[in-house]
Structure formats: structure tokens, C-alpha cells
Design a protein around this ligand. Structure first.
Ligand SMILES: Nc1nc2c(ncn2[C@@H]2O[C@H](COP(=O)(O)OP(=O)(O)OP(=O)(O)O)[C@@H](O)[C@H]2O)c(=O)[nH]1
Length: 379
């Protein structure tokens, strides 16, 4: 039953592989791993008296467990340890053949295969703990992997200490317990992997909904979320914040003269150059087209102008693959927490318009809000 369910799970994983965003790796390897494990179990059940089939079923299962490890590594963006994968199945094939035909010993065969499987699981557990995000889903996944590897370890130890009980084709207590739980654990480990994949999917989609795909800066929605947080902080801490509205000059000409691809490269370049000139606590967003907005939390006008000049002078330096271009910047400082985001954006936009009007490649500062906005709203 558990074997049938594992086969069904491989279809689920493969379908997830086809439909999940391509940056979520490892699903294909896990789907292939389940197919191999199911095939290995079927071969093992059918092996009868044939040692060749027994040997082959063990190799197939080692491929399956190896692919689970590779899938886990790929999921956590770790370079796949193909050398562990290949050494494992070659070792299993050679050593099992030796202890099957040359010096037949059932207990050594079990001990050896347990050691190999244990190493594959241990590597996966190490990768999860080193690169995981310490969320519930990760702990669930790693706990299941650990239980499975401990079961394998116990079987290996029992093989060399008590001879007969570990034979999976026999009727010993451990063999019955092991068989009952081993297939179930394969299923559970897959569920654990699907849990971390689902969490990764959620994070990826959330990020996609708040990021501009070309420049990887915030989009309008992401910016509004960040602004709400910074605005609440500003109200609490009674500080200022400053907004820069940055627009590339004559961007249409860049597209017309160099092509859209170079235009896109310029957009990525400007996002990178702006980010380089900022602190990590500052935020950059692309508001569509060639317009960028920067939010400088806890920053008054003097410091904001310093940053504005830094951005403009950084853009003057020649960079390979990017035609020369300039930007105009509108600077608006928010000194009252009662001012709305829309109003701040309008002031920054007006200042930008002024900079464009006055010849471009320059900045202009927005007029301050003259009267307290609450009083104005009440009037
Ligand atoms: N390559 C590229 N071009 C874009 C993208 N989005 C908008 N544009 C182009 O940006 C240009 C904006 O042109 P305008 O609004 O006339 O502005 P401008 O030429 O920069 O002139 P000023 O802002 O007045 O200095 C248009 O040609 C759009 O096609 C994009 O994602 N990639």
C-alpha cells in the first residue's frame, strides 16, 4: 500500500516540478527518486532465489536514495555531490557482489548497505541544517530524515550484533517493524520535502508580487508596504524621512538609438547604481517605465541631498556595456507624519518635473508642506 502511495507521490512531485516556479529546484530528482525506490522494492519483492535481481534491486534503491540527496542539495542551492551518488551505488554493487558470491555473508551485506544509506541521509540532513531557514517546515523535514537514518543505523548495528532478525524476507520482530515503517517513512520524507517546497513556493510568490522582475527592486505594491512600516516608525520615533523621485533623461532616445535590450540594461544599471549609493536600510522601487523612487528612512533634507549628489556623480562614471546617460531627481522631505504617501509622491513628482524643466541632469527640492495637514483637512 505504502509502495503504491509512493508511486502516486512521484506523480504529485513531477506535477509540482512542471508547475512550480523554476527557481524551486530538486522536485524532479525527488520524483525520479520515488520511481527508483518503488522499482527497487518491487524487484526486491520479486527476487525469489536470484542473487542478480537482489543485487540489482539494491543498486536501484541506492540510486533512488542518492537522488533524494541530490534533490535536497539542489533545493537548497548546494552543488550536487554526484561523487557521493556514484561512489555509493558502485560501492554497493561491488561490495554486495563480493559478500554474495565470493565470501557470502548476509549480516555484512546488511551492515554495508546500511552504512551507505546512512551516509546519503546524513549528507542530506547536514545540507538541510546548514542551509535551511529554521522554520517549522524545515524541522519537520529534517526530523523525518533523521528518524529514517536512525532506523537504517539501528538495522546496520543489529546486522553485526544479532544475525537473523534483520533479514527483511524473514519473520523476525525487527524485520517486521522495519518493513512496516521503512515504506511509510519514505512517504513521510516525501511529505516533509513537499512541505519545505510549499513554503518556498509561498515565499517566491510573495517576493514576485512585490518585486519588479527586470531590476529586482520593489514595485509599487512592495513600496507601499515598506512605506507603511517606515511611516509607522517615523510617527513613533518622531523622525523625518525623504523621498527621491529619479527619472532617466531622454530614455526614449536610448531605446531608439541602441535598441530595447540596451534600454533594459540601462534600467538594471540605474537600479544597481542607486542601490550602491544607499544604506541597506534605504529602499529603491521602480514605478514603471524609467521612473525610480527611493525612500530614505530617518533622513533629513541635508543628508538626502548628499545622497542625491552621490547618485548623480556615480552615474557620471563610464561603465562597460551601458551608454552614458543622466538622471533628474525630485527630492521631497516628509517632516510631518500626518502627510499621506500620495501627497509626498505628488511633491516629489513636482520637484522632478521642475528638474526636467530646468534642463535635466540635476535635482530640485520640493516645497515643504506649509501647514499641518490635519488642520488643513479640518478647515
Ligand atoms: N527598454 C525599456 N524601455 C521602456 C520600459 N518601460 C518604458 N520604456 C520606454 O521609456 C521611454 C520613456 O520615454 P519618455 O516618457 O518620453 O521619457 P524620456 O525620453 O526619458 O524623456 P524625459 O523623461 O522627458 O527626459 C519610452 O520610450 C518607453 O517605451 C522598459 O521596461 N524597458
Amino acid at each position: 500500500m505504502a509502495t503504491l502511495m509512493a508511486a502516486a507521490m512521484s506523480v504529485v512531485l513531477y506535477s509540482a516540478y512542471l508547475n512550480f516556479p523554476k527557481e524551486i529546484h530538486g522536485l524532479r530528482e525527488w520524483a525520479q527518486a520515488l520511481v527508483l525506490l518503488v522499482s527497487g522494492v518491487v524487484l526486491f519483492a520479486l527476487h525469489g532465489k536470484s542473487d542478480i535481481v537482489l543485487l540489482f534491486s539494491n543498486v536501484v534503491m541506492t540510486w533512488g536514495l542518492g537522488l533524494m540527496m541530490i534533490g535536497t542539495e539542489r533545493f537548497y542551492q548546494v552543488r550536487p555531490s554526484w561523487w557521493i551518488f556514484h561512489s555509493s551505488w558502485i560501492l554497493i554493487a561491488v561490495l554486495l557482489a563480493y559478500w554474495l558470491w565470493i565470501t557470502p555473508s548476509f549480516s555484512i551485506r546488511v551492515a554495508l548497505s546500511s552504512v551507505v544509506v546512512f551516509i546519503l541521509h546524513a549528507r542530506a540532513i547536514y545540507v538541510i541544517l546548514k542551509h535551511g531557514d529554521y522554520h517549522f517546515s524545515m524541522w519537520f523535514f529534517v526530523t523525518l530524515m533523521t528518524i529514517e537514518s536512525m532506523m537504517v543505523g539501528v538495522r546496520g548495528v543489529l546486522a553485526v550484533t544479532s544475525n537473523s532478525d534483520v533479514n527483511l524476507l524473514g519473520a523476525g520482530t525487527f524485520a517486521s517493524l522495519y518493513l512496516a515503517t521503512a515504506h511509510f517513512m519514505t512517504l513521510m520524507m516525501t511529505v516533509g520535502f513537499m512541505t519545505v517546497c510549499t513554503r518556498r513556493l509561498q515565499i517566491t510568490l510573495e517576493r514576485r508580487s512585490t518585486l519588479d522582475p527586470l531590476t529586482q527592486t520593489l514595485n509599487r505594491r512592495g513600496f507601499a508596504d515598506i512605506y507603511a512600516k517606515e511611516h509607522a516608525l517615523m510617527r513613533r520615533e518622531k523622525t523625518f524621512l525623504t523621498m527621491l523621485n529619479i527619472d532617466i533623461d531622454y530614455f526614449k532616445r536610448i531605446n531608439d538609438n541602441h535598441g530595447h535590450a540596451v534600454g533594459d540594461r540601462v534600467l538594471v544599471d540605474v537600479a544597481q547604481m542607486i542601490a550602491k549609493a544607499l544604506r541597506v536600510s534605504d529602499h529603491v522601487a521602480r514605478f514603471g517605465g524609467e521612473e525610480f523612487v527611493v525612500l530614505l528612512p530617518a533622513t533629513g533634507l541635508d543628508r538626502a541631498l548628499h545622497i542625491t549628489e552621490r547618485i548623480q556623480s556615480a552615474l557620471c562614471t563610464a561603465r562597460p556595456g551601458v551608454p552614458p546617460y543622466t538622471v533628474s531627481i525630485g527630492v521631497a522631505c516628509q517632516t510631518s507624519a500626518d502627510e499621506s504617501l500620495d501627497n509626498l509622491l505628488i511633491r516629489a513628482d513636482k520637484a522632478l518635473y521642475c528638474a526636467k524643466e530646468r534642463g535635466r541632469n540635476r535635482y530640485e527640492v520640493a516645497a515643504e508642506v506649509v501647514q499641518p495637514l490635519r488642520a488643513a483637512a479640518r478647515a
